[in-house]
Design a binder for this molecule. Sequence first.
Ligand code: SF4
Length: 216
Amino acid sequence: MENRRHFIKNGLMLCLGAGSALAGGTALAFPSTGTKRWGMIIDSARCSGCQSCMVACKLQNDTAPGSFNTTITERESGTYPNAGIRFEANLCRHCTDAPCVSACPTGAAFVHESGLVMTDWKRCDGNGACIDACPYEARFHDIRFENKTDKCDLCLHRISQGLVPACVENCSSGARIFGRLDKPEGEFARYLQSIPASQQKTGAVFIIAADKKGGR
Ligand code: SF4
């Protein structure tokens, strides 16, 4: 199996004539996180709309031009004199019964041992069925690589090294809270308690709307 990151790296290495060095590499395409199950909660009420998460993700993951693994959209609400602006985050929810996985005809979209939904770029032929199936519009084609599909992988390569996802690390208002779903602790555990148990079963990423706690 080969994830997007390795696919690109392999291509670059081969272009440089360094295929033999790559063959001896030790990095795994889809690193193991053992039995740990990771998740993220976004508290929209904390989001200031600075879009640092989008920039950090773009710098970390080099997504296709014009496409983002995570977005922040500004929404107007109310009318004068009670007008306001709220910021809506969007990204892959890493659904438990992921429609993209069941729709993928090549088996490229799959569930990793961590419960996160991944895409094997060796199998992906860019047919786009997963993009059509996703109810959150979280997937997109990478026009640079045969239209293979990309999306947030919760920075698995960072998680496996004990780091938090790039968007979490760079959120200046602490709106993105990362932790273990199988062993929640601290602030992550407190937030998780506000999310109904039925919703916790639906995926690994939960977005709490600015006007309510416990939304998805
Ligand atoms: Fe797949 Fe979309 Fe669910 Fe992510 S949010 S797992 S891309 S269906």
